[in-house]
Design a binder for this molecule. Sequence first.
Ligand code: IMP
Length: 217
Amino acid sequence: MMRMSRPISDTAYTETGSVRHRILVATRNCHKLREFAELCGPNFEVCGMESISGVPQIEESGETFESNALIKAEFASNFFSHWVLADDSGLEVDALRGAPGVLSARFAGEKATDAENRRLLLRRLEKLGVRGKHRTARFRCALALAKSGKAVLSASGTVEGIIVESETGMAGFGYDPIFRPVGYSKTFAELASEIKNEISHRGRALRELQRAWVKLF
Ligand code: IMP
């Protein structure tokens, strides 16, 4: 694949002159991007796909979170000179035999909004008569880190929980208002972002990846 010119360089500098590593997160989802910026901390400048030009839409054709994360990381790293991190994530509901899974973003249709996806999920569970503790689910996140078109590291994380009966909370995104993690009485959309980052699928996957990436940065 032809490489594009590099619009941004590998490192940035803080006001005091110390190095910050630039990392591209292969997503156009501003919520994911904000979570990665919080999770990576002050030594990383996290940019999203909107900060580089000329990258075609990436087709998420994989059947697993892991394969989609690899596809996204390897594809996007052809357009950026340094490390590219890709996340593929979603929700698995046991009563729906793992749906929406890799189709989480498109559950209610190709262009569905988060609200439409949540409504459909709640309707499906209600129709099946699945209540209370039987509404078990988990968020999964697969991460891949790539450079020059090749993935070099991968990691994954999960968080178990319950789908609540109606939306609660205003924070977060996606399915956060209907997902209550095990051990908590609030949904992800009610919990502070520090708590979500501590226990979330994305936080867990990133910390696993970071244990290996200390050799790279
Ligand atoms: P992706 O861009 O294919 O990885 O889409 C992931 C979809 O899964 C998102 O659009 C959300 O609907 C859902 N999702 C993933 N992570 C989270 C999360 O942390 N909270 C809520 N929804 C999530």
